[in-house]
Design a protein around this ligand. Structure first.
Ligand code: THU
Length: 139
């Protein structure tokens, strides 16, 4: 993807970041999930007074995309107002691996210093659904 397009999607993610409900951490995050069809789904983090129930921007965007369409996910963009670009957390990496194994990930700060990687590179030696069928306890 060309830099100009990357900046377009990161700008969308930055707009979504404004919608974050980060009342406890004060760490708003925005995300865009792009499908191969060109359709785009957005998410921002939503936090809970019961902290552990909070959900990351990436999972909001991903679940929104999965609810709307079965089309392949090709890119996930993440942005936060942080000195260093903020990559998806461990929980998000697993869900991204489950549903968007071949996607690319671009994470950035608000000055658009971004890093390009892939879901596979973010979660080496991933647990995956094939392993469920290999369980000896299923027999
Ligand atoms: N968070 C995200 O939404 N995405 C990330 O990639 C890192 C962390 C959220 C979770 C929580 O609402 C806040 O940022 C602080 O951890």
């Amino acid at each position: 993807m060309k830099k100009e397009q990357i900046l377009f999607y990161l700008t969308k993610a930055a707009e979504v970041l404004e919608k974050a409900n980060a009342n406890y951490s004060h760490f708003p995050v925005g995300s865009v999930v792009l499908l191969e069809s060109g359709d785009m789904y957005v998410g921002a983090n939503v936090e809970s007074s019961s902290y552990g129930l909070s959900i990351c921007a990436e999972r909001v965007a991903l679940t929104s995309a999965l609810t709307a369409s079965r089309k392949k996910i090709v890119y996930i963009f993440v942005i936060a107002d942080c000195e260093v670009p903020v990559p998806p957390c461990g929980a998000c990496r697993q869900l991204l691996y489950d549903y968007a194994k071949d996607a690319k990930v671009i994470y950035s700060n608000l000055t658009f210093e971004y890093i390009e990687t892939t879901v596979k590179d973010l979660l080496p030696n991933a647990f995956h659904s094939d392993m469920l069928n290999q369980s000896q306890s299923r027999k």
